[in-house]
Design a protein around this ligand. Structure first.
Ligand code: NDP
Length: 330
């Protein structure tokens, strides 16, 4: 095993946290039970914030960035995992409070890992990544709420051409929902139609402040944008409908009214994938194995080397990434 390897490390520079490549020695890794050789990671919005320093993701420095990994166990002090096991890790504070995936090796806690789902290669599991697994958690949450059923009434996905949005469109369409995609990029309409969207809304139309109650349209939705977009789709949701909020690509504020909730019984369901319990994770991955068409996954994915992370981080924050990016760590 090599003594050191290059990693994307977040450090404090003049009071700001920023990412840069530097050599990490094996001895510097945390003293957790399972050593994983990372094959692939991914690029998520949060990774973009961490590397560019546009959001304070790392709570301590130095911090190896990268919130997702797929790899092979090379050493284990836990009876749960043996050398050679293929594993996946999503979240659990990687890149925030725990060292993450943008380096050849990482030591992690045994309970953070799940077995690589049978239906996916390591590269495909990272094409799903936190964004896709969060989309699956959101669909699970909508179904659990119980009022949103597949059929003719519309569900909306915002930030549709992004990572969460692309997988959400594909998963909802696979279940027979009538999916309307909100995007700011008309050039992605063919792509989104291929994933299963049947209608489109220009994202600009959701960014202007509207009345607290608007024409009822959505029975449900998955929102990765936040801010005025979320306020407007809540105001357009039908009586008893539900919106799952998981992101803030358009802003973290939520300057709306209680009207949709108290006059139409509209539900706002929150989703945090980072510390989701194991059974929720396994259910989400089961859905992905069952419902995520491989051809659609291929169409939404590009594979990039680690060396391109600085540019890709800028691109995802600027909303220039379509679908999902796998990072080849090897
Ligand atoms: P992406 O950058 O891939 O997708 C975000 C999409 O949002 C863009 O593609 C774009 O879609 C839209 N968008 C970007 N900027 C704006 C803007 N200023 N106003 C309106 N829409 C905008 O990111 P991800 O899909 O990886 O993540 C999406 C969000 O979900 C992020 O905020 C991320 O932090 C959050 N997230 C939360 C998780 C959780 O556990 N709660 C887990 C994973 C992600 P389009 O071009 O189609 O308009």
């Amino acid at each position: 095993m090599q003594k050191s390897f290059p990693a994307m490390v977040i450090d404090s520079v003049d009071g700001r946290t920023m990412g840069a490549f530097r050599e990490i020695s094996m001895e510097e890794l945390p003293d957790y039970d399972v050593l994983v050789e990372v094959a692939y990671s991914t690029l998520n919005y949060k990774d973009g914030l961490a590397i560019t320093g546009k959001g304070r993701i790392a709570r301590r420095t130095p911090m190896i960035a990268g919130v997702d990994l797929a790899g092979t166990v090379v050493e284990s002090r836990s009876p749960k995992w043996q050398t050679g096991d293929k594993v996946v890790l999503n979240g659990w504070g990687l890149s925030e409070t725990e060292w993450g995936a943008y380096g050849r090796y990482q030591r992690v806690k045994a309970e953070w890992l799940i077995r690589l789902p049978d239906g996916f290669s390591m590269q495909e599991a990272m094409a799903v990544g936190t964004a896709g697994y969060t989309a699956a958690l959101c669909v699970d949450a909508l179904e659990k709420w119980g009022t949103v059923k597949p059929g003719s009434s519309e569900v909306i996905v915002t930030g549709a051409a992004g990572g969460v949005g692309s997988v959400a469109v594909a998963l909802l369409a696979a279940q027979g929902y009538n999916v309307t995609a909100s995007t700011g990029r008309p050039e992605t309409h063919d792509y989104l139609a291929f994933l299963g969207a049947t209608g489109f809304v220009d994202r600009a139309s959701l960014q202007e402040k509207g009345p607290p109650l608007q024409k009822e349209r959505w029975t449900g939705g998955i929102d990765s944008v936040g801010s005025s977009t979320l306020v407007n789709i809540l105001a357009q949701t039908v009586r008893g409908g539900a919106i799952v909020a998981c992101g803030l690509a358009g802003g973290a504020d939520l300057n709306g009214t209680v009207m949709p909730h108290i006059l139409r019984s509209v539900a706002l369901i929150g989703m945090d994938s980072v510390v989701a319990p194991l059974e929720q994770r396994l259910a989400a991955w089961k859905r992905l194995e069952r419902d995520l068409d491989k051809e659609k996954l291929r169409k939404m994915t590009t594979v990039e080397p680690m060396s391109r992370l600085p540019q890709l981080a800028e691109d995802i924050i600027a909303g220039r990434i379509r679908g999902r990016v796998v990072i080849d760590v090897a």
